[in-house]
Design a protein. Structure first.
Length: 216
Protein backbone atom coordinates (compact mmCIF):
# COMPACT_ATOMS: atom_id res chain seq x y z
CA UNK A 1 0.00 0.00 0.00
CA UNK A 2 1.24 3.50 -0.84
CA UNK A 3 2.40 5.15 2.45
CA UNK A 4 0.30 8.27 1.87
CA UNK A 5 -2.80 6.11 1.36
CA UNK A 6 -2.01 4.14 4.52
CA UNK A 7 -1.81 7.37 6.51
CA UNK A 8 -5.14 8.55 5.12
CA UNK A 9 -6.82 5.27 6.00
CA UNK A 10 -5.40 5.36 9.53
CA UNK A 11 -6.90 8.80 10.05
CA UNK A 12 -10.18 8.13 8.24
CA UNK A 13 -11.15 5.06 10.30
CA UNK A 14 -11.35 7.30 13.37
CA UNK A 15 -14.73 8.44 12.05
CA UNK A 16 -16.29 5.14 13.18
CA UNK A 17 -15.91 5.71 16.95
CA UNK A 18 -16.55 9.45 16.52
CA UNK A 19 -19.76 8.79 14.58
CA UNK A 20 -20.90 6.23 17.14
CA UNK A 21 -20.29 8.63 20.02
CA UNK A 22 -22.24 11.42 18.29
CA UNK A 23 -25.15 9.05 17.63
CA UNK A 24 -25.19 7.82 21.23
CA UNK A 25 -25.15 11.35 22.65
CA UNK A 26 -27.94 12.38 20.27
CA UNK A 27 -30.14 9.63 21.71
CA UNK A 28 -29.88 11.29 25.14
CA UNK A 29 -31.42 14.58 24.01
CA UNK A 30 -34.70 15.27 25.86
CA UNK A 31 -37.74 14.66 23.69
CA UNK A 32 -35.90 12.66 21.03
CA UNK A 33 -38.26 9.73 21.52
CA UNK A 34 -41.51 11.66 21.13
CA UNK A 35 -43.64 10.44 18.24
CA UNK A 36 -45.16 13.49 16.49
CA UNK A 37 -48.15 11.46 15.33
CA UNK A 38 -49.18 10.46 18.86
CA UNK A 39 -47.99 13.47 20.87
CA UNK A 40 -47.91 16.55 18.62
CA UNK A 41 -47.86 18.98 21.54
CA UNK A 42 -44.95 17.23 23.21
CA UNK A 43 -43.05 17.09 19.94
CA UNK A 44 -43.68 20.80 19.31
CA UNK A 45 -42.28 21.75 22.71
CA UNK A 46 -39.16 19.65 22.18
CA UNK A 47 -38.81 20.34 18.44
CA UNK A 48 -35.75 22.59 18.68
CA UNK A 49 -33.77 20.06 20.71
CA UNK A 50 -34.99 17.22 18.52
CA UNK A 51 -33.90 19.19 15.46
CA UNK A 52 -30.40 19.64 16.89
CA UNK A 53 -30.20 15.93 17.70
CA UNK A 54 -31.13 15.03 14.13
CA UNK A 55 -28.57 17.50 12.80
CA UNK A 56 -26.02 15.62 14.88
CA UNK A 57 -27.34 12.44 13.29
CA UNK A 58 -26.71 13.90 9.85
CA UNK A 59 -23.13 14.72 10.83
CA UNK A 60 -22.75 11.18 12.13
CA UNK A 61 -23.89 9.72 8.81
CA UNK A 62 -21.67 12.03 6.74
CA UNK A 63 -18.70 10.87 8.79
CA UNK A 64 -19.69 7.26 8.21
CA UNK A 65 -19.65 7.77 4.45
CA UNK A 66 -15.94 8.53 4.71
CA UNK A 67 -15.52 5.58 7.05
CA UNK A 68 -17.10 3.18 4.57
CA UNK A 69 -14.60 4.25 1.92
CA UNK A 70 -11.67 3.97 4.32
CA UNK A 71 -12.66 0.50 5.52
CA UNK A 72 -13.05 -0.73 1.97
CA UNK A 73 -9.71 0.82 0.98
CA UNK A 74 -8.10 -1.06 3.86
CA UNK A 75 -9.64 -4.39 2.87
CA UNK A 76 -9.23 -3.86 -0.89
CA UNK A 77 -6.82 -6.28 -2.53
CA UNK A 78 -7.35 -8.90 0.18
CA UNK A 79 -9.55 -11.97 -0.07
CA UNK A 80 -12.31 -9.79 1.41
CA UNK A 81 -12.17 -7.25 -1.44
CA UNK A 82 -15.43 -8.19 -3.16
CA UNK A 83 -17.38 -8.65 0.07
CA UNK A 84 -16.15 -5.32 1.44
CA UNK A 85 -16.94 -3.55 -1.83
CA UNK A 86 -20.55 -4.75 -1.81
CA UNK A 87 -20.77 -3.82 1.88
CA UNK A 88 -19.52 -0.32 1.10
CA UNK A 89 -21.97 0.17 -1.77
CA UNK A 90 -25.01 -1.04 0.18
CA UNK A 91 -24.01 0.85 3.33
CA UNK A 92 -23.47 4.07 1.40
CA UNK A 93 -26.80 3.81 -0.41
CA UNK A 94 -28.72 2.89 2.73
CA UNK A 95 -27.12 5.55 4.93
CA UNK A 96 -27.61 8.27 2.33
CA UNK A 97 -31.31 7.54 1.97
CA UNK A 98 -31.72 7.30 5.73
CA UNK A 99 -30.16 10.77 6.06
CA UNK A 100 -33.07 12.26 4.15
CA UNK A 101 -35.47 11.28 6.94
CA UNK A 102 -33.18 12.82 9.55
CA UNK A 103 -33.18 15.95 7.44
CA UNK A 104 -36.97 16.22 7.57
CA UNK A 105 -36.94 16.22 11.36
CA UNK A 106 -33.82 18.38 11.60
CA UNK A 107 -35.00 21.22 9.36
CA UNK A 108 -38.78 20.97 9.21
CA UNK A 109 -39.42 19.80 12.77
CA UNK A 110 -38.44 23.03 14.58
CA UNK A 111 -40.36 25.19 12.09
CA UNK A 112 -43.47 23.02 12.41
CA UNK A 113 -43.10 23.05 16.18
CA UNK A 114 -43.00 26.84 16.23
CA UNK A 115 -46.12 27.07 14.06
CA UNK A 116 -47.93 24.54 16.27
CA UNK A 117 -47.16 26.52 19.41
CA UNK A 118 -48.44 29.65 17.66
CA UNK A 119 -51.80 28.05 17.07
CA UNK A 120 -51.44 26.18 13.78
CA UNK A 121 -52.37 22.79 15.22
CA UNK A 122 -52.02 20.94 11.91
CA UNK A 123 -48.34 21.84 11.54
CA UNK A 124 -46.94 18.80 13.35
CA UNK A 125 -49.19 16.54 11.31
CA UNK A 126 -47.19 17.50 8.23
CA UNK A 127 -43.99 16.23 9.84
CA UNK A 128 -45.70 13.07 11.08
CA UNK A 129 -47.09 12.27 7.64
CA UNK A 130 -43.77 13.04 5.95
CA UNK A 131 -42.02 10.26 7.87
CA UNK A 132 -44.94 7.85 8.25
CA UNK A 133 -44.77 4.37 6.74
CA UNK A 134 -48.32 4.92 5.48
CA UNK A 135 -46.76 7.33 2.98
CA UNK A 136 -45.86 5.12 -0.01
CA UNK A 137 -42.60 6.91 -0.99
CA UNK A 138 -41.51 6.77 2.65
CA UNK A 139 -42.31 3.07 2.82
CA UNK A 140 -40.37 2.32 -0.37
CA UNK A 141 -37.34 4.51 0.25
CA UNK A 142 -37.32 3.89 4.00
CA UNK A 143 -37.60 0.14 3.53
CA UNK A 144 -34.84 0.07 0.94
CA UNK A 145 -32.69 2.30 3.13
CA UNK A 146 -33.04 0.05 6.16
CA UNK A 147 -32.55 -3.21 4.27
CA UNK A 148 -29.58 -1.90 2.28
CA UNK A 149 -27.91 -0.35 5.33
CA UNK A 150 -28.35 -3.46 7.46
CA UNK A 151 -27.15 -5.89 4.77
CA UNK A 152 -24.18 -3.64 4.03
CA UNK A 153 -23.21 -3.57 7.70
CA UNK A 154 -23.52 -7.35 7.99
CA UNK A 155 -21.30 -7.83 4.94
CA UNK A 156 -18.75 -5.40 6.37
CA UNK A 157 -18.93 -7.32 9.64
CA UNK A 158 -18.31 -10.63 7.86
CA UNK A 159 -15.38 -9.08 5.98
CA UNK A 160 -13.89 -7.78 9.23
CA UNK A 161 -14.34 -11.19 10.88
CA UNK A 162 -12.79 -13.15 8.01
CA UNK A 163 -9.93 -10.74 7.35
CA UNK A 164 -8.18 -12.09 10.41
CA UNK A 165 -6.21 -8.99 11.39
CA UNK A 166 -9.06 -7.01 12.90
CA UNK A 167 -10.74 -7.92 16.23
CA UNK A 168 -13.60 -10.37 15.68
CA UNK A 169 -15.61 -8.72 18.45
CA UNK A 170 -15.55 -5.48 16.47
CA UNK A 171 -17.13 -7.35 13.54
CA UNK A 172 -20.03 -8.51 15.72
CA UNK A 173 -20.64 -5.14 17.37
CA UNK A 174 -20.43 -3.36 14.01
CA UNK A 175 -22.96 -5.69 12.37
CA UNK A 176 -25.37 -5.23 15.30
CA UNK A 177 -25.03 -1.46 15.49
CA UNK A 178 -26.95 -0.59 12.33
CA UNK A 179 -30.27 -2.40 12.98
CA UNK A 180 -30.43 -0.58 16.31
CA UNK A 181 -29.26 2.84 15.07
CA UNK A 182 -31.54 2.83 12.03
CA UNK A 183 -34.66 1.62 13.81
CA UNK A 184 -37.69 3.57 12.55
CA UNK A 185 -39.35 3.44 15.95
CA UNK A 186 -39.15 6.18 18.55
CA UNK A 187 -37.06 4.19 21.01
CA UNK A 188 -34.00 6.22 22.09
CA UNK A 189 -32.59 3.27 24.02
CA UNK A 190 -32.11 1.39 20.73
CA UNK A 191 -30.43 4.40 19.14
CA UNK A 192 -28.15 4.82 22.16
CA UNK A 193 -27.17 1.15 22.17
CA UNK A 194 -26.56 1.24 18.40
CA UNK A 195 -24.33 4.29 18.77
CA UNK A 196 -22.35 2.71 21.59
CA UNK A 197 -21.88 -0.52 19.63
CA UNK A 198 -20.58 1.53 16.70
CA UNK A 199 -18.27 3.41 19.05
CA UNK A 200 -16.89 0.18 20.54
CA UNK A 201 -16.50 -1.52 17.16
CA UNK A 202 -14.87 1.65 15.81
CA UNK A 203 -12.24 1.51 18.56
CA UNK A 204 -11.49 -2.08 17.57
CA UNK A 205 -11.29 -1.19 13.87
CA UNK A 206 -8.92 1.73 14.57
CA UNK A 207 -6.64 -0.39 16.74
CA UNK A 208 -6.64 -3.23 14.23
CA UNK A 209 -5.87 -1.00 11.26
CA UNK A 210 -3.05 0.82 13.05
CA UNK A 211 -1.48 -2.42 14.31
CA UNK A 212 -1.75 -4.11 10.92
CA UNK A 213 -0.20 -1.22 9.05
CA UNK A 214 2.51 -0.80 11.67
CA UNK A 215 3.49 -4.42 11.01
CA UNK A 216 3.70 -3.82 7.28
Amino acid sequence: MIPSNANRIRLAVFVFPISGLIAALGALVPGIGIDPSSDPAGFARAANLVGIANLAGLVSIVLLLFGFQALYAFLAGSSMDRLAFIGMELSTGGATLFASFLGIIAFVGPVAGSHYLNGQVDAIGIVAEAVSSSNLPVLIFGGFSLISYVIGSVLFGVAIWRFGNLPKWSAVSYALSTPLSATPHYIPAFWFLGGMLLFVSGIGIVRGVWRFQAGH
